[in-house]
Design a protein around this ligand. Structure first.
Ligand code: KG4
Ligand code: ZN
Length: 354
C-alpha cells in the first residue's frame, strides 16, 4: 500500500447571505462547492436583513450539505472532519451553520473544526495556486474587513494595517446605493465602471497619519456623496460609468500602494488578495500590474472563490485539522471574532470525535 491517506473535509459557511457547503480533498482539491445565494430575497430591502438571512439559512442548509456530498460522490462516512465558520459575521446566521455542524459531527462521529471567516478567505488562495505557501502578505478586502495581513504560517496571522473606518466593501455598497445601483453594490459598481474613465473625477486617496499601512474610506465615501449632491443641485448630469470607474481607481490606488509598500519594506516576495472586493476587475488589474513592476509574485483566487463560499472554509479547516484543532459541543457563534483568536480557546476539547 504505502499510499498517502486522503483527508476529506466538509466545509460549512453561513456567516452572511450565502448558504454554502463544500468538500475538499487534502485541503486544496475542491470535490464540490455548493453556494445557495440569498441575493434575490435581500435585494427587495436594499441590503441584508439579518433575521431573514438566518431563516433562509435554516431552510437551505440540509439541502446544500446533501448536494455538496452527492456532487463529491461521497457519503458522510468518508469524511474526516466537519469545518464550520464560527465567526465573524451575523450572529443568527452563524448560529445556523455552527449548530448544524455540531449536530452533524456528533451524529457521524467525526471531529469538528472551527474556522475564522477571514482565515477562510485567505485560504481561498491555496485552492488554485498549488505553489503558494506561507509566508506571504494578503490584502483582505471584504464587506466588513480591510486588512493587510502577514500570513506567517497556515492559521498564523499578523495584522499590519487596517481600515480606520469603513471597510472597502462597505464603501462600494454605499456608493452603489447613492448612485441608484442598489444591492449588492460591489459587482454593480464593477460592471457600471466598464465603459467609464477612471481619471474623469479625482477622488481622495484616503491618506491617514500614523501607521503607513492603515486605510480610510470614509473621506472617499463623503467625497462621492458630495459630488452627487452638488451635481443634483446644479442640475448637472452624472456619468455613472465615469463616477464608478473613478471611485474604483481611488479605492484601488489606496489599497495597492500600501500593499506594495508593505511587501517592499518587509521584503516579502508574494502578495495575495482575498475577500469579496478581491473579485473587482479594476483592483485585480492594478495589483497584477504593480506586482509585475515590483517583482512581486501575485496570487488571487478566481472571482467565485473570492466571495463567500465553503470551499475556502474546508481548505482553511484542513490546515486547522492538521494542526490538531478540535472543537466540541461548546463551540459558539462569535460575531466579532478577531483574526487568529478562535473561541473557545485553540486546542483540543474532550468528548468530540477523535
Ligand atoms: O467577502 P464577502 O463576500 O463577504 C464578507 O465577508 O463581507 O464580501 C462582500 C463584499 C460586499 O461589500 C460586496 O459589495 C463586495 O464584497 N464585492 C465587490 C465585488 N463583488 C463583491 N466589490 C467590488 N467589486 C466586485 N466585483
Ligand atoms: Zn466573506
Amino acid at each position: 500500500m504505502g499510499e498517502k491517506r486522503e483527508i476529506r473535509i466538509l466545509g460549512i459557511e453561513t456567516s452572511c447571505d450565502e448558504t454554502a457547503a463544500a468538500v475538499t480533498k487534502n485541503g486544496r482539491e475542491v470535490l464540490s462547492n455548493v453556494i445557495s445565494s440569498q441575493i434575490a430575497v435581500h435585494t427587495e430591502y436594499g441590503g441584508v436583513v439579518p433575521e431573514i438571512a438566518s431563516r433562509k439559512h435554516l431552510e437551505k442548509i440540509d439541502e446544500v450539505i446533501e448536494l455538496s456530498l452527492s456532487e463529491a460522490g461521497l457519503d458522510f462516512s468518508s469524511l474526516d472532519a466537519v469545518a464550520v465558520t464560527s465567526g465573524p459575521g451575523l450572529v443568527g446566521a452563524l448560529l445556523v451553520g455552527v449548530s448544524e455542524a455540531k449536530a452533524l459531527a456528533y451524529a457521524i462521529g467525526k471531529p469538528l473544526v472551527a474556522v475564522h471567516h477571514i482565515a477562510g478567505h485567505i485560504a481561498a488562495n491555496y485552492i488554485e495556486n498549488p505553489d503558494l505557501r506561507p509566508p506571504f502578505v494578503c490584502l483582505v478586502v471584504s464587506g466588513g474587513h480591510t486588512e493587510l495581513v502577514l500570513v506567517r504560517d497556515y492559521g498564523s496571522f499578523e495584522i499590519l494595517g487596517q481600515s480606520r473606518d469603513d471597510a472597502a466593501g462597505e464603501a462600494f455598497d454605499k456608493v452603489a446605493r447613492a448612485v441608484g445601483l442598489g444591492y449588492p453594490g460591489g459587482p454593480k459598481v464593477d460592471r457600471a465602471a466598464e465603459g467609464g474613465d477612471p481619471e474623469a473625477i479625482r477622488f481622495p486617496r484616503g491618506e491617514v497619519s500614523g501607521n503607513p499601512y492603515d486605510f480610510s474610506f470614509s473621506g472617499l465615501k463623503s467625497a462621492v456623496l458630495n459630488y452627487i449632491n452638488r451635481a443634483k443641485m446644479t442640475g448637472e448630469e452624472i456619468s455613472v460609468p465615469d463616477l464608478c470607474a473613478s471611485f474604483q481607481a481611488s479605492v484601488s490606488e489606496a489599497l495597492v500602494s500600501r500593499a506594495i509598500r508593505l511587501c517592499r519594506e518587509r521584503k516579502c516576495e508574494s502578495l495575495a488578495i482575498a475577500g469579496g472586493v478581491a473579485s473587482n476587475s479594476a483592483l485585480r488589474k492594478r495589483v497584477e500590474a504593480e506586482c509585475l513592476e515590483n517583482g512581486i509574485r501575485f496570487y488571487r483566487p478566481s472571482p467565485v472563490l473570492c466571495t463567500d463560499n465553503a470551499a475556502m472554509i474546508a481548505c482553511a479547516g484542513y490546515y486547522e485539522y492538521l494542526s490538531g484543532r478540535r472543537d466540541g459541543a461548546s463551540l459558539n457563534a462569535c460575531p466579532n471574532l478577531p483574526l487568529g483568536a478562535l473561541c473557545p480557546k485553540r486546542g483540543r476539547e474532550e468528548g468530540q470525535g477523535r
